[in-house]
Design a protein around this ligand. Sequence first.
Ligand SMILES: Nc1nc2c(ncn2[C@@H]2O[C@H](COP(=O)(O)O)[C@@H](O)[C@H]2O)c(=O)[nH]1
Ligand SMILES: [Mn+2]
Ligand SMILES: [Mn+2]
Length: 480
Amino acid sequence: MAVDIIQGYTLVKDGVNKWRIPKFGKMRVDAVVYVNDSLKELLRDDQSLRQLVNAASLPGVVEPVIGMPDIHEGFGLPIGGVMAIEEKGVISAGAVGYDINCGVRLIRSDLEADYFTKDILYKLIERIEHYVPTGIGKKGRHKGITRVIFDDVVHNGVEAVIKAGFGKKSDLEYIEEGGKLEGADISAVSEEAQERGEEQLGTLGGGNHFIEIQKVEEILEENLAEKFGLFKGQLAVMIHTGSRGFGHQIATDYTKILWEAAKRYGIEVPEKGLAAAPIKSKEGQNYYKAMAAAVNFAFSNRQIIMFDVIRAFEDVLKKSEEEMGFKLVYDVAHNIAKWEVHGGKRMLVHRKGATRALPAGHPQNPPSYRDTGHPALIPGSMGTGSYVVVGTEKAAETFYSVNHGAGRRLSRNQAKKISKEEFERSMGDVVYNVRSYKDIVDESPLAYKDVETVVSVFEERGITIPVAKLIPLAVVKGAD
Ligand SMILES: Nc1nc2c(ncn2[C@@H]2O[C@H](COP(=O)(O)O)[C@@H](O)[C@H]2O)c(=O)[nH]1
Ligand SMILES: [Mn+2]
Ligand SMILES: [Mn+2]
């Protein structure tokens, strides 16, 4: 039996690419982390194992608390963390994250990527930025409309923005939860969060958020790729953003509220980032209502951005959406808590930096993907590649969850030391939207783990089937 000691924790090998920390001390369940040997080394300088161990002590936690292959330390639960909680247990804002329903949307087209010269790509990113405000704190260009429909958006999700003219009703079938998480209630959201939210629908945000024009570089599973409408050489667009200041304010408010509530309910919370209250308590219920509002906001945000990206293509290529054949492949959340049934039991699954990946035949797939399993979207970095995968039946062992990216390898401060030459080499021919490399050097491909290695962890274990690899041609980053 292989054993390793990392950060003082004993990890026991539990099959291919899987390591288990058997419960000890205050842990109620084991923690498990999915890594190969090289990714395991990265855990030595990182606090994520401690964070998994802490999460494993929360009331109602279901066996096991899980670290994804792209795991790295976060606030409370690590990024790349999955924590399922039974009905009589707790709900934690820190186990969802500050960017509630941060997620990824992939749009395909009938266009051949090789047609897109650098000149066209520069025109496209300039036009995309014309329509989609980027950077922290930016206000939306549709704020006149979105202020009016805001209440409808937070309660009814993407359907509300489609009614207002952003996209087609058929898009709903290609969004997790049909673009609406039930149970949202604006009365559980602070005035401050509402004010921030009303202004920010249709904006990208800063940092790691992006709109990327991509080429399908490789088809890895022909049948599934065909069913997802993907072909080699195809032009696609990936959008990564979340609930902006709205979700951030809700997370900030409820971290405080749940922290105080935990003391009142006598719940021992090992760190503030895991602040949690009973799911059935008033505070826990209110967090769920507010979180669901932010989930609906974020799905709607990505819907509006998709609408604007297509307009930018129409302007530059002088072709209609139909002529270009733009269609939504899928939209998945990677920071969310949702009620699901696993092994016959209802539980609240917190995914923070983790993507749901339902296998073929699972009843919660949308009808269009019932027979295949829905696409799970894994962005890598703006200079390397991104993947579309599907989950298999074996993903039941992760509550049908897979990694949400490559995951950071360097902190932002470490990444700021990357030189101009190193940055430019890592970007290759990819076109980007900022004047100085310094504005986005902390998002350099060198700051992220090797996406091929990360994706191979679940593939080798039989948890995912990689379907396609996409490479970046041009990226709009949310720099300030
Ligand atoms: N294709 C791109 N992938 C990117 C880019 N910037 C980051 N990333 C990847 O996305 C995930 C998202 O992680 P999150 O925790 O910040 O939500 C991250 O792990 C990277 O692998 C990009 O510009 N293009
Ligand atoms: Mn985000
Ligand atoms: Mn994200």
